[in-house]
Design a protein around this ligand. Structure first.
Ligand SMILES: Nc1ncnc2c1ncn2[C@@H]1O[C@H](COP(=O)(O)OP(=O)(O)OP(=O)(O)O)[C@@H](O)[C@H]1O
Ligand SMILES: [Mg+2]
Length: 113
């Protein structure tokens, strides 16, 4: 099992969710976050370098059985990309996932995902 964490542009949320649903993935946690990617430019204020502002992003967390990982990545990339790809389109992190427990039934592992 893996946990996919994707940080995307907020306006792409609906499209990314639809793309995941089309891939058979509907369970997701969504959080509004702020973040900063690679330093594209140095912010200057009155000639002084300042810490750049954080940008509003959306973070999706999706726990998946292994077979769904690559299709999910493909779906997210396709839906989150702005015409051909733009700076700040987002990033996907794939983490190992040790255990999942469905609280209602006590099921664990792949059955609980
Ligand atoms: N190494 C990182 N660690 C933690 N969060 C990150 C990292 N890289 C990106 N993020 C998060 O992902 C968001 C989107 O990143 P972004 O798409 O700007 O990546 P990038 O590496 O700067 O690529 P690009 O050059 O296309 O902009 C950031 O605002 C930040 O929240
Ligand atoms: Mg960036």
């Amino acid at each position: 099992m893996k946990m996919i964490v994707a940080v995307i542009q907020p306006e792409k949320l609906d499209e990314v969710r639809q793309a995941l649903i089309d891939t058979g993935i509907s369970r997701v946690t969504v959080t509004r976050v702020t973040g900063h990617g690679r330093q594209e430019d140095i912010d200057l204020y009155r000639g002084q370098e300042v810490v750049p502002d954080l940008l509003t992003k959306v973070r999706l967390e999706v726990a998946l059985n292994d077979a769904f990982v690559e299709p999910a990545i493909e779906a997210i990339c396709k839906a989150a990309k702005n015409n051909g790809g733009k700076i700040g389109d987002g990033k996907i992190f794939v983490l190992p996932l040790e255990k999942v427990v469905r609280i209602r039934t006590g099921e664990t592992g792949g059955d609980a995902v």
